[in-house]
Design a binder for this molecule. Structure first.
Ligand code: ACO
Ligand code: ACO
Length: 150
């Protein structure tokens, strides 16, 4: 599997990006500002992530998603490792990632990748999304922010 930046003119895998963030407007907004990487095997896109600069020494993984048929095979972990390696090479010192209070698996994954909770953006999802979101039987209301040194 190869992890690479999108080629110039190549369309980002919107169907995957929307798994991580149901707002097309938000996805298009940060795609315009950030760098999009894809994981590819045999010409098939299996995963994606978008990195955005946030301040002078920090980058944020704004969106990360893996094709549902390939969940649980370590691709998400590899994408996070790649994002950390890329940002470190560019001289950044911190990586941030945010996810919903209801995203139990994602919170597990990010902590296994060395991220620690640094804050909670209360009502982020109720303020910025028109429809109520549910996961694991829990309403997604708050954004949990995590970060780690890189
Ligand atoms: N409890 C404990 N650990 C858990 C749980 C849980 N409930 N759920 C998952 N995990 C762990 C797994 O055990 C595994 O850890 P391990 O490597 O120690 O076994 C890890 O989390 C999952 O690792 P991967 O297999 O590398 O992850 P995957 O390739 O499935 O990708 C991802 C994870 C990207 C979150 C995928 O599930 C996905 O695309 N989900 C839909 C989109 C999404 O929610 N994206 C994130 C939104 S937040 C954001 O974009 C910033
Ligand atoms: N993802 C989604 N939902 C989950 C998960 C998960 N990984 N794990 C549990 N749940 C949900 C279950 O689905 C269930 O919800 P539901 O009723 O909608 O199906 C709920 O959590 C569990 O409910 P109960 O069956 O009522 O809980 P239980 O009788 O098992 O008691 C308790 C829970 C007290 C935490 C028990 O597991 C326990 O004693 N654990 C060891 C001690 C402990 O950790 N205590 C809490 C420490 S913090 C404190 O004390 C303040």
């Amino acid at each position: 599997m190869e992890i690479r930046q999108l080629f110039i003119g190549e369309s980002p895998p919107l169907h995957l990006l929307l798994l991580a963030d149901p707002s097309k407007e938000m996805v298009e907004d940060y795609l315009g500002k950030g760098i999009c990487f894809v994981a590819e095997r045999d010409k098939q896109i299996l995963g994606v992530y978008v990195l955005l600069q946030k301040g002078t020494d920090m980058m944020e993984i704004k969106n990360i998603a893996v094709d549902e048929k390939h969940h649980g095979k370590g691709i998400g972990r590899q994408l996070i490792g790649h994002a950390i390696g890329y940002a470190r090479e560019q001289g950044y010192k911190l990586m941030e990632i945010g996810t919903g209070n209801s995203s139990i698996g994602q919170l597990a994954l990010y902590q296994k990748c060395g991220f620690r909770i640094v804050g909670v953006d209360r009502d982020f999802f109720t303020k910025h999304y028109s429809e109520a979101l549910y996961e694991n039987g829990i309403q997604c209301r708050d954004m949990v922010r995590l970060s780690r040194n890189i």
